[in-house]
Design a protein around this ligand. Structure first.
Ligand code: HPA
Ligand code: ZN
Length: 322
């Protein structure tokens, strides 16, 4: 198992239906109607419906212990399949909706990270994400709180949610996050095309989550490559949500072949039937990538990670020693 690293995965989105059901039971709440399909999987028709189902599942996650368990379960599973490093996208807005403050939220996640390291040797850090459709003012509040570093595992700032809300409005939030030394990334180029990606590039970001639709514009691809931007691409997510009809239409090989740095992410794994190791396997099977190419994906993720240099050096050594 080649060592893998993941920079694009949403924490609440890692919890499978069985874990959500267990947590709901423990919290003595009913499972939200409509959350699951008759076959027991998460139910959604399209991206906005997916976001809604995600919010329903998140609404049963109520305690610091819940966040600890979700984090621990996810990292343990990733480690069993060869994962060595994950940046978990946490959403304090989701935590606040159930009454959890930053200490309880990040404290629970950090406990899961520490326990997974102890039991499985995997490392992880936290990205604080704002939700686009909650608006720029709320994003600024989230960024200000993140800038105060409520937990030492917080290394970055990101923006998720409904991509139709344009990037430029979030410039104040990104300025605050970047000024505090947080690494910055943003969801772009999943649903919106090259012009929205160009707008996102005006923010102080070094990575894009998805970025796949940059493939529609050769000049933009050239610029992404020249700037050394890293695209955290999620092929299975893109196909399941209908950005592309099939893997054979997915532009990942084109992005990679244009000299753009790419990493692989599972996004919201049980929703999409995805996993980090599965994304690596898919690149080998469908795109014919060699082990050396997959190694370069992990190396690109370590390079683009927002953790400190000593941890990066340790991760590079793990990759080299494999
Ligand atoms: N995309 C955008 N926003 C999200 C996602 C996603 O996959 N998951 C949770 N919030
Ligand atoms: Zn995402």
């Amino acid at each position: 198992m080649l060592p893998q690293a993941e920079l694009h995965v949403h924490l609440e989105g890692t919890a499978p239906p069985a874990l959500i059901a267990r947590i709901a039971k423990r919290n003595r709440i009913e499972l939200p109607p409509g959350m699951l399909a008759p076959d027991g999987r998460f139910h959604f028709r399209d991206f906005l419906h997916f976001l809604n189902t995600y919010d329903l599942a998140a609404s049963v996650i109520r305690t610091s212990e819940d966040y600890r368990n979700i984090t621990y379960e996810y990292l343990s599973n990733v480690a069993r399949e060869g994962g060595v490093y994950v940046e978990l996208t946490a959403s304090p807005d989701h935590a606040a909706l159930v009454g959890l403050d930053d200490d309880a939220h990040y404290g629970g996640i950090a406990q899961g990270i520490d326990d997974a390291r102890r039991d499985h040797g995997i490392e992880s850090r936290i990205l604080v994400s704002a939700v686009r459709n909650f608006g720029p003012e709320q994003a600024l509040r989230v960024a200000r709180r993140a800038a105060q570093r409520p937990h030492p595992y917080i290394v970055g700032f990101s923006l998720a949610g409904d991509e139709r809300v344009a990037p430029a409005q979030f410039a104040p939030a990104y300025e605050v996050a970047a000024a505090a030394g947080l690494g910055c990334t943003i969801h772009a180029g999943e649903w919106q095309g090259p012009s929205a990606i160009r707008e996102a590039l005006k923010l102080p970001v070094t990575r894009l989550d998805h970025g796949a639709r940059a493939s529609e514009d050769p000049t933009l691809l050239h610029e992404l490559a020249a700037r050394g931007m890293t695209l955290n691409v999620c092929p299975t997510s893109n196909v399941v949500l209908g950005v592309y009809r099939s893997l054979s239409e997915h532009p990942l090989p084109h992005l990679h072949g244009s000299g753009v740095r790419v990493t692989l992410g599972s996004d919201d794994p049980p929703y999409f039937g995805a996993s980090l190791a599965g994304e690596y396997a898919l690149c080998a099977e469908h795109f014919g990538w060699s082990e050396q190419q997959l190694r370069e994906v992990t190396a690109a993720a370590i390079d683009a990670a927002f953790c400190d240099e000593p941890l990066k050096a340790a991760l590079r050594e793990r990759l080299r020693a494999h």
